[in-house]
Ligand binder design. Structure first.
Ligand SMILES: Nc1ncnc2c1ncn2[C@@H]1O[C@H](COP(=O)(O)OP(=O)(O)O)[C@@H](O)[C@H]1O
Ligand SMILES: [Mg+2]
Length: 283
């Protein structure tokens, strides 16, 4: 009996430690707005610029692509965990952060029960003590699986672009979560903005609708510019934060990460090539 009680106490204490782990979901209404690029680079920055222990979970069930962006081949995925395998055996490490890879295919979506995802989310506490941040890259839209991941997160970064359709879909996502679960821990990221003004205008439009119809206020996390260097790096299976660390997109993302962590942004770094280019420019 006594040892059982001790066991229970240990569990309670562990849970206390686990409370320090922050779960952050990355979501959007519309697809193709930059969720995965945000999630991968955010994980990279938290780990490499802020020395945080980070796990990135690819929870885009059916359309997983985090492992492609970081250029790692994986045999086992989240699907194996949902089928009962141990999470520790499936996580891999790259660039100082951990990734739990996802899986693709229409069969995969149909095969996975919402209840299996729900159980997985509940059990995440078991590994959370190893991490300061667990970032969850979700699928577009708002099905029950996405809802499970958002509800487990203390904050959800909603990614939108300035396109009216993306704003509408972001609004629909926020509305559903607010009405169904009274969840409103959202921060908005406007991605692919032409400039800061367009980004802020986009945010204010979304904010006004949310205030008017949902009687809730939301905050802007930041504006990320459209940049060809994203596509360039994606094609080469590189991470923009790693190869173009002084690019505006990366600086803005670092600012968002600094806010998240509650520390000032780190000094600007230049990659070897950026140093060369800037040196030549100065001449
Ligand atoms: N700031 C940006 N500037 C230019 N292209 C971007 C930017 N962010 C994302 N992209 C491109 O948009 C496409 C969708 O990005 P992705 O992160 O896969 O979106 P999602 O996960 O929301 O579907 C990709 O081709 C990506 O390279
Ligand atoms: Mg994605």
């Amino acid at each position: 009996m006594e040892s059982q009680a001790k066991g229970l106490l240990k569990l309670v204490n562990e849970r206390k430690i686990n409370r320090n782990t922050k779960f952050l979901a990355v979501a959007s209404g519309k697809g193709g707005v930059g969720k995965t690029n945000f999630a991968v680079n955010f994980a990279y920055i938290l780990a490499n610029d802020f020395n945080k222990r980070v796990l990135l979970i690819d929870a885009d069930i059916g359309m997983a692509n985090v492992h492609i962006l970081v250029n790692v081949n994986t045999k086992k995925t989240l699907k194996d965990i949902l089928n009962g395998e141990k999470i520790e055996d499936i996580i891999f490490t790259t660039r100082n952060f951990d990734i739990l890879p996802g899986f693709s295919g229409i069969d995969a979506i149909n095969e996975v029960e919402d209840s299996a995802v729900f159980r997985f989310v509940q059990n995440l506490n078991d590994i959370s003590e190893n991490y300061d941040y667990i970032i969850i890259d979700t699928a577009a839209g708002i099905d029950n699986k996405v809802i499970s991941f958002i509800r487990a997160s203390s904050k959800t970064y909603v990614i939108t672009t300035p396109e009216p359709t993306a704003i509408m879909d972001a609004y629909a996502l926020i509305k559903s979560m607010k009405k169904l679960y009274d969840y409103s821990d959202f921060k908005i990221v406007v991605n692919m903005a032409k400039n800061e003004e367009e980004g802020i205008e986009t945010f204010e439009r979304l904010r006004a609708s949310i205030k008017k119809f949902l009687d809730t206020d939301i905050k802007l996390a930041g504006v990320l510019p459209a940049t060809k260097n994203i596509q360039k790096t994606v094609k080469k299976k590189q991470i923009i934060s790693e190869v173009f660390p002084s690019e505006k997109f990366v600086l803005q993302l670092r600012r968002i990460a600094a806010d998240e962590v509650g520390e000032p942004p780190p000094p600007v770094k230049e990659s070897f090539w950026e140093k060369v280019v800037n040196f030549l420019r100065k001449d």
